[in-house]
Design a protein around this ligand. Structure first.
Ligand SMILES: NC(=O)c1ccc[n+]([C@@H]2O[C@H](COP(=O)([O-])OP(=O)(O)OC[C@H]3O[C@@H](n4cnc5c(N)ncnc54)[C@H](O)[C@@H]3O)[C@@H](O)[C@H]2O)c1
Length: 295
């Protein structure tokens, strides 16, 4: 079983992977081109530990398994699994994958956290692209179990299987996408919802608060047969707009001020704590019912 992990890029997503891996006794070496991030990262590990501990039934956080290094070469030399979490941009990632390919062990798996870039393109200059893929997580990574595994044109099955096993070993449910497509699965669905929500706010049909409640308190309770019979014909209208609205100043300020009002002055850290506590309980509940449905 893979034990040595390197995380490259320690922003929001990199921090999430580090926390999840440490909670599963992996040895993690981290690197970010911005060395100042170490302090913020340690603070985030400490903030999240009470929730992570509860979710995975762990006793102690072993920080001896964690190393923050100042060169990418050092981060990669022992790693058997490399999770890349740098800025979402073809140029940055393609260049970075070339460096990662050069300094990593030849058969170490490279998995990018990208939210929608094509793996064939970002690994076009990477040594041995057969071992390279996307492992797209969801935020917060230490709480959400989903990870979309997307192969590039040169990725070999043997490495996809190894990645699947690795992700399962850190309590994730890998979603194995058969071939690459921009935006993968979940973000394409989310984009459709997000686009419609923006149209609704833009045209003044509802507040951001009521829009949120239309999801929280609303859909998803009917079966597929009923759904297709009742709502199938509406697909031809169609209800939804396929083009996104222009992100005008007016629309942005409506979304920002609406959601700011909803927070009622709570800080991001306060909201993150509430969210994490909620997600721990939600996932424990989900496990109980999921076993009943999927058995
Ligand atoms: N934020 C989300 O909700 C989310 C969800 C899933 C996936 N992702 C994906 O995860 C990746 C990281 O996103 P994020 O939200 O953590 O961004 P972020 O801006 O918080 O962090 C990116 C980090 O990458 C570092 N970086 C940039 N170039 C680097 C390089 N060459 N070498 C080392 N470090 C480098 C930056 O210094 C920064 O700390 C992106 O590909 C993004 O699309 C984000």
């Amino acid at each position: 079983m893979i034990k040595n992990v390197a995380v490259i890029g320690t922003g929001v997503i990199g921090a999430g992977w580090i926390i999840r891996c440490l909670a599963h006794n992996k040895k993690v070496v981290a690197f970010d081109k911005d060395l100042k991030l170490k302090k913020r990262l340690i603070a985030e590990i400490k903030r999240t530990w009470p929730y992570v501990k509860k979710l995975f039934n762990k006793k102690k956080l072993n920080l001896k398994n964690f190393k923050y290094v100042t060169s990418i070469e050092e981060a990669l030399k022992e790693a058997d699994f490399i999770q890349e979490c740098a800025t979402e941009n073809y140029k940055i990632k393609t260049k970075l994958m070339n460096i990662i390919g050069k300094y990593s062990k030849l058969n170490a798996i490279i998995s990018s956290s990208s939210s929608g870039l094509l793996p064939t393109r970002i690994y076009s200059k990477c040594k041995n692209p057969a071992r390279a893929m996307i492992g797209h997580p969801f935020n917060p990574v230490y709480m959400c179990p989903g990870v979309e595994v997307v192969p590039g044109k040169k990725t070999k099955k043997v490495f996809l299987n190894k990645a699947n096993k690795f992700y399962k070993s850190i309590s994730m449910n890998p979603i194995m996408v058969k071939k690459e497509l921009p935006g993968y699965l979940a973000d394409r669905l989310q984009e459709a919802l997000w686009r419609e929500a923006l149209h609704i706010v833009n045209e003044g049909y509802a507040s951001t608060k009521d829009l949120d409640r239309s999801i929280e308190d609303g859909p998803g309770k009917a079966g597929m047969k009923h759904m297709l019979e009742q709502f199938g014909p509406a697909l031809k209208l169609p209800w939804t707009k396929l083009k996104a609205p222009k992100l005008s100043k007016k629309l942005s300020s409506r979304v920002i001020s609406g959601t700011k009002q909803q927070t009622k002055g709570k800080s991001v850290a306060m909201i993150s704590n509430i969210r994490d506590e909620y997600l721990v309980n939600l996932q424990k509940l989900r496990k109980k019912y999921e076993n009943k449905i999927r058995k």
